[in-house]
Design a protein around this ligand. Structure first.
Ligand code: HBI
Ligand code: FE
Length: 259
């Protein structure tokens, strides 16, 4: 895939310097506009844990210094941010997660990509992924996911495990007393998909089912037609705690399910 980031100065673990001073006033202003657009939506559509975390992150002023946020994150759940040029190979990605390090893309989209971007940029990662790393149960699950990813590579099961990530960490929904809310980063950071996935009648909203999630293919260039709904991060943690090996062996023989 032709990637946008500058990988030339990446270390062997694909980490780079954030080079925060390189961000122009226009880039900080674009980040603020993205933040303001989503801020109108999140009170109605984001899960309470995300709302709780974003308040303490002072994220609305522009692109943040990752080190500052890492300090707070370490104190909360032992996670920290590692700056990366963009998408990185699975092994590096899983290895960082397994060490409670979240890879955060350093570049910001262009103004013309205000409504949609293919590759995750710093807004998607920072606004979508970082807040929930302050939630202890979610943080533990993502740590397990990282370790599970390294194991899945050994078992040639990354394709199946990536679907679980997609249907939870990227596009997951959670049931709350006041109705279904979003916790997936891809939804939370999207101008149109946040209201669509939570409130539009179109998407199929299925109760979270690990086997189904591991088998269901996903679309990367349009709104999700199927979303999985968990009851809580505790449920997600519980249901994904057992070893996946027997699951992989059984599901590998079965056809994938269409999105
Ligand atoms: N790299 N930076 C970055 N961010 C991701 O979300 C990411 C990645 N590499 C691989 C990947 N995600 C997925 O393919 C894994 O879940 C399999
Ligand atoms: Fe993401």
């Amino acid at each position: 895939m032709s990637l946008r980031g500058d990988y030339s100065r990446a270390a062997s673990d694909f980490s780079v310097e954030q080079d925060w001073t390189a961000h122009s006033a226009e880039e900080h202003a674009l980040f603020r506009r993205l933040f303001e657009r989503q801020s109108k939506l999140v009170p109605r559509y984001a899960c309470p844990e995300w709302i709780e975390a974003i308040t303490g992150m002072d994220a609305g002023g522009g692109i943040r210094k990752f080190d500052h946020v890492s300090k707070k994150l370490r104190a909360a759940t032992g996670w920290e941010i590692v700056a990366v040029p963009g998408l990185i190979p699975d092994e590096a990605f899983f290895t960082h997660l397994a060490k409670r390090r979240f890879p955060l893309t350093v570049w910001l989209r262009k103004p013309e990509e205000f409504d949609y971007i293919v590759e995750p940029d710093v807004f998607h990662d920072f606004f979508g992924h970082v807040p929930l790393l302050f939630d202890p149960v979610y943080a533990d699950h993502l740590h397990e996911y990282g370790k599970g990813g390294l194991k899945a590579m050994r078992l040639d099961a990354v394709k199946m495990l990536a679907r679980l990530y997609w249907y939870t960490i990227e596009f997951g929904l959670v049931r709350t007393e006041t109705g279904i809310r979003a916790y997936g980063a891809g939804i939370l950071s999207s101008g149109g998909e946040l209201a669509h996935s939570v409130a539009d009648p179109a998407p199929r909203r299925l109760d979270f089912d690990l086997e189904k999630a591991l088998r269901t293919e996903y679309l990367i260039d349009r709104y999700q037609s199927t979303c999985f709904v968990i009851d809580s991060f505790a449920q997600l943690m519980r249901e994904t705690a057992p070893g996946f090996t027997p699951l992989y062996d059984r599901l590998r023989e079965l056809p994938a399910l269409p999105p």
